[in-house]
Design a protein around this ligand. Structure first.
Ligand SMILES: [Zn+2]
Length: 263
């Protein structure tokens, strides 16, 4: 698949739907950074799994390739009517210069915090002192004598019920979905307007962590839109079903790499 074909598809599309997936968590690169895997394993098996997007953010800041390639994409589609859905929790996705109100991140990230019991007290912004606590906690995790059981991280308490606050993302047990529902409504409304329009669907690095958000609905959109064309870019899960093969192209490459070498 040459870069020119996709550029032509972008030029000719009336609307563009972009799905950004787990590959943009960029674990492939982060796992080679000193200390990342060690901290990640400790969080994976703990009650503090909601810190994972923040841990990723700390390491991703040094990497910054996600921000770079997605800004390139945002430039390529800048004058198009598009919408972006991300199941990646990488906050770099949010920082990209997308058009206003054209991004929804249903899995949350590390920007907001919520009550651990989701008592409907609302969301609060993560502060600089919260980030300091997160950095300190990350450094403590690297110490093999550190006990997660005895030393809990504190991001303050819920103004309503006094319970601890946690980051607002899918890794927390009682995820407060109000962080994205407003944008989700805009997205579903936008999606209704794609029918019978020349729609280009770019599914980039989306795996099977939450297939009901991007993978399955995107396939359905392409199936029912006679004028749709579909790009599935994924390092491992690039296969297309028989019925989508006519409208779709599958590219077996990591989506970050694909964007990096696109043009
Ligand atoms: Zn509460």
């Amino acid at each position: 698949m040459s870069g020119n074909d996709i550029l032509k598809q972008i030029r000719e599309a009336e609307m563009i739907l972009v799905g950004i997936g787990e590959e943009f968590d960029n674990i492939k690169a982060l796992k080679y950074k000193s200390g990342y895997s060690y901290c990640r394993e400790k969080l994976d098996s703990s009650e503090e799994a909601w810190l994972i997007p923040a841990l990723n953010m700390i390491y991703e800041k040094e990497e910054s390739v996600v921000y770079k390639v997605l800004n390139k994409l945002a430039e390529l589609i800048a004058d198009k009517n598009y919408f972006v859905v991300s199941v990646s929790t990488n906050e770099m996705v949010r920082r990209v210069r997308w058009r206003e109100n054209r991004l929804v991140m249903p899995c949350g990230g590390s920007l907001m915090k919520q009550c651990i019991h989701n008592c409907a007290s609302g969301l609060l912004e993560v502060t600089e002192s919260d980030w300091k606590a997160i950095y300190d906690y990350k450094n403590k995790l690297l110490d093999e004598n550190f006990s997660q059981e005895e030393n809990k991280i504190s991001l303050g308490v819920c103004p309503e019920c006094g319970s601890p606050l946690v980051l607002n993302n899918i890794y927390t047990e009682k995820y407060d979905e109000n962080g994205y529902l407003g944008q989700w409504q805009l997205y579903t409304k936008w999606l209704q307007g794609t029918l019978n329009r020349k729609l280009l669907v770019l599914e980039l690095g989306v795996g099977m962590q939450c297939p009901s958000v991007i993978r399955w609905p995107f396939e359905k959109v392409v199936f029912f839109n006679q004028k749709a064309s579909f790009y599935r870019v994924n390092e491992t899960l690039y296969q297309l079903s028989e019925e989508l093969r006519e409208k779709g192209i599958s590219i077996s490459q990591n989506a970050i790499d694909w964007l990096e070498f696109l043009c």
